[in-house]
Design a protein around this ligand. Structure first.
Ligand SMILES: [Zn+2]
Ligand SMILES: [Zn+2]
Length: 387
């Protein structure tokens, strides 16, 4: 028969030991959470912005679709306003030579903008293969080797060759194979918005300041007439027929028709068109300023032979080496001219006029996996030779 021993007097001691263990555990948890000996301002800022990064990473695809739709719709609106209002105005106020110039210049810009945008948005930026001859690190997220200049995109969830940044306006990463399209799109879009702002300034001024008398140029009248015939009653149509005969007569002053004023006014005061003209000018002027800054920023990076991500890394490295009285040198900087040739993919068989000023689908120079550097030269058999 087992003997039961009651140890009531040990209860306070055991309770105290339990409480001490609990308090010690709590102290350790508290100390580990507040441990900040290696904390820097960068890590504090990163931690503070972590929720925002999480939201951006998880909503970027949806935001990207919305932004691409916005780009397409706004560009379409600007093009429509150009065709409906600005180009007819140019035809009315200029001679044949300038009409021809505006026609070819505007369509050259439009073709380049559309081509480069869609190529930038739908060309895959380039992903590293499984077997990489030159590995600089391992991607912790892909668990795969990373070649030089490759970075992981948290939005795309994959590694990107020569990654520049993830662009929500393209809903795509900007990397090796679409970097040129991206930059050309910025340049052509900048030129296009600048052109439309200048060419459409007269039309905008007339609408914005309320002087609408000269807004409708000559050959836009048939559209007005069709609109009025469609919307007016039979009595008005009779008046319009008289007006039509007057307006279509080239010997008549196109705006003399006091009789046409009410009809013209009806069209001019069409709120949709009026708003579209004002919105179009303000949008184009604003985008011109924004794209100027963006284009200059990227042009500077290209001139220095670095991407947006590399610029951050190189600046940190430059500051670190400066403390040791050493000078940092970007290994991918070959001087301005060669940097631009490499970026634009211009080799002996390609020309600036054919391959940059006009749509071209030529590939960039190199495979994005092994890189020639300013201290090492890559020969044709992909073997690194020390210069
Ligand atoms: Zn990765
Ligand atoms: Zn991406």
């Amino acid at each position: 028969m087992a003997q039961v021993q009651w140890k009531v007097f040990e209860c306070p001691r055991r309770l105290k030991a339990k409480m001490c263990w609990f308090l010690e555990s709590f102290r350790l948890i508290y100390m580990s959470l507040c441990y900040n000996q290696f904390t820097t301002w960068n890590s504090i800022i990163d931690t503070a912005f972590e929720p925002m990064f999480w939201i951006v990473d998880h909503t970027a695809h949806y935001i990207g679709v919305i932004m691409v739709t916005m780009v397409v719709l706004l560009t379409t609106m600007v093009v429509m306003v150009f065709y409906i209002c600005i180009f007819p105005h140019i035809v009315y106020v200029t001679d044949v030579f300038w009409c021809g110039f505006h026609f070819f210049f505007s369509h050259w810009l439009l073709v380049n903008i559309v081509f480069n945008y869609f190529m930038a948005a739908f060309t895959k930026p380039g992903h590293p293969p499984q077997n990489v001859p030159e590995v600089v690190s391992i991607c912790k997220k892909c668990i795969a080797p990373k070649p030089p200049r490759t970075h992981h995109c948290t939005v795309c969830g994959t590694c990107i060759l020569k990654m520049d940044h993830h662009c929500p306006w393209l809903n795509n990463c900007v990397g090796l194979y679409n970097h040129r399209y991206f930059f050309q799109f910025i340049c052509y879009m900048w030129l296009g918005t600048l052109y439309v702002s200048i060419a459409g300034y007269d039309v905008f001024k007339q609408h914005f300041f309320g002087n609408k008398e000269l807004i409708v140029p000559a050959f836009f009248f048939p559209i007005n007439i069709a609109y009025h015939v469609w919307t007016s009653d039979s009595e008005d149509n009779l008046g319009m027929n008289v007006t039509t005969l007057k307006l279509l007569d080239p010997n008549k002053d196109i705006f003399l028709g006091q009789t046409t004023e009410s009809e013209i006014k009806a069209t001019l005061e069409d709120q949709l068109l009026h708003n579209a003209i004002i919105l179009q000018f303000l949008l184009c002027a604003g985008v011109t300023v924004a794209l100027s800054l963006l284009a200059v920023w990227h042009a500077r990076l290209i001139s220095e032979g670095q991407t947006s991500i590399e610029q951050h890394i190189n600046n940190k490295e430059r500051a670190r080496l400066k403390k040791k009285n050493k000078i940092f040198r970007n290994p991918y900087d070959f001087g301005i001219i060669k940097n631009w040739k490499l970026f634009l993919g211009l080799n002996k068989n390609r020309s600036f006029i054919r391959h940059i000023l006009f749509p071209s689908t030529h590939d960039p120079i190199g495979n994005g996996i092994t890189w020639e550097t300013s201290t090492f030269k890559l020969d044709h058999s992909h073997v690194l030779d020390l210069l």
